[in-house]
Write a protein that binds this ligand. Sequence first.
Ligand code: ASP
Length: 329
Amino acid sequence: MKQRLNLSLLAIATSLAFGASAQEFPSKDKTVTIVVPFAAGGPTDRVARDLAEALRKPLGGVSVVIDNTAGAGSSIGSAKVARAAPDGYTLLLNHIGMSTMPALYRKLPFSVPNDFEYLGMVNDVPMTLIARPSMPANNFKELTGWIAQNKGKINLGNAGLGAASHLCGLMFKSALQTEMTDVPYKGTAPAITDLIGGQIDLLCDQTTNTTPQIEAKKVKAYAVTTPKRLSTPALKDLPTLDEAGLKDFNVSIWHGLYAPKGTPAAVITRINEALKLALKDPDFIKKQEGLGAVVVTDKRMEPAEHKKFVLSEIDKWGAVIKTAGTYAD
Ligand code: ASP
C-alpha cells in the first residue's frame, strides 16, 4: 500500500515537472541542440544550420546549436537523440536514412517508429551525379563509356550504409549493371573534399552540397536524379538520369525533425508551430531554393503526416533493400 502511494506520488511529481517544463519551453537560459547525424559542412548540416537560424525567432530568441554526431549512415547520431532526455532541448534532423536504417542495420539500437516523436518534415532535396574535376568524360554518355572501360577500378564515395549517397550509388550501379568500390565517409562533406582532390572518382550527393561546387567548377556534373530538370541556375542545363538513358531513375531526399519519445505534447506542439514559421521565413525559403531544395507543403509539416510518410518509406525501402541483400551489423 505504502509502496503504491509512493509510486503514485512519483507519477504526480513527474507529470507536474513535465507540465511545468512544457509551459516554460523553451527556457531562455537553455539551448536547443539539433543533432546532425553527418559530418559538418555537408548537405544535412547545411539544412540544419539554416533551419537553426530560422527557428531562433519563433522559439522566442533561444539559442539553437548544431551537434554533428556522425557515422554509420546516421545511426550513431539518431541513437544519441533516441536516448536523450525527452524535454525538447535535444532534437534530430535526419533525412531518408530514417527509413532505410531499419532494414539495413541488423542491430539498430532504437526503433524508428517507436523511439521518436515526429515534429514535421522540412524539405525535399534532389541529388546530382558528380565526378572528380580530372574526369575525362564531358557528358553522361562519355561517362558511361569511361565506366565501361574502367571496370574494377572505380571508387564511388558515400556517407555510410543507408545514407542518401549510398542509396543513389546502389541504384546507379544497378541501373548500369556494374560494380564499383564503395568508399564510406562520415558525411558527404569529407567525401566531396576527396572528390575535388581526385582521391575518389564519383559521388551522388544532394544539391544542397553540390550546387556551390558545380557553380565554382570544382567538380564535374553529369545529371540530376529527379524526373524533371531543375530550375536552379547552376543546375538547369543538367539532364535527368532518366533522359540520359537510365529509365525511371528517381531519388529525392527529404528531411524531417524529431524529438525523443516521451517529449510532452505541449512541447511538441510548441516546436511544430515554430517549425512551421521557420519554413515560411522568406530568407529560409530563398536559401533552400538557391541550393535546389524545396520546402515541404503545409500538410507535410504536420507531425501525423510526417510519421505516416516515414512509415510508408520504411516499407518502400525495406523491400528494395531486402531485394538488394545489403546489410550491416
Ligand atoms: N549527403 C549525405 C548522404 O549521403 C549526408 C550528409 O553528409 O549530409 O546522405
